[in-house]
Design a binder for this molecule. Sequence first.
Ligand code: CTP
Ligand code: CA
Length: 225
Amino acid sequence: APQAASSGPLAGKIALVSAGPTVEAIDPVRYISNRSSGKMGIAIAEALADAGAEVKLVLGPTHLSTSHAGVKTIPVQSAADMFSACVAEYPMADVIVMAAAVADYRPAHVADRKIKKGEGGMVLELEKTHDILRTLGNNKAPEQVLVGFSLETNNERENALKKLREKNLDLVVLNSLADPGAGFNHDTNKVTLFDNRGKETALPLQSKQAVAREIVNAIISLQHA
Ligand code: CTP
Ligand code: CA
């Protein structure tokens, strides 16, 4: 496993990363979730650790993991679990990257027994989960660098800039599902970075590790200014 870096541009810094999906129980045997392998978020956690940061990775259910010595994984299941873990770690963090595909809705009632099928269809009542990133943005300290993702299929630029502004981010990573080779379970990704000073950087299709390094470089340049 890669060693923890004791030097590098982020030495002495603490980073918090969320990654993977969340799962929201319907009953003891069923759940709703999002498509996400956690691959991009794990690559970001490892790149931050390579740059010298001490990293906490809040990771939803996935078959992927990291054995990087600079990354401590905090496993979670639901959006509520992820919210608690991120809020608890946030005050200590200098750099925060929320890459998780958090469920926006969860079942309003979780059945304690398996729901049996009846005649006809069924209606599932959903309620909204807390927006973790928005909560962190509302409580951001001046020296913290907060990064979010924007996963879009249409009106990409406009939606990404809206998230940058409304969630009080320093950097937003636009992940367009319109791009072939980008997105779920691929080893490659194509993203555009928008920072809070109006800088826009369209990156080529490249490995998720290379994308992660570019995101970390953008974070480092935001920190130094
Ligand atoms: N996010 C979060 N908590 C949520 C929902 C989203 O922390 N409950 C974070 C994601 O990790 C991501 C960013 O918010 O960094 C944007 O997620 P996205 O799903 O693209 O946007 P939403 O704000 O949820 O809006 P919508 O899904 O309607 O586009
Ligand atoms: Ca969402």
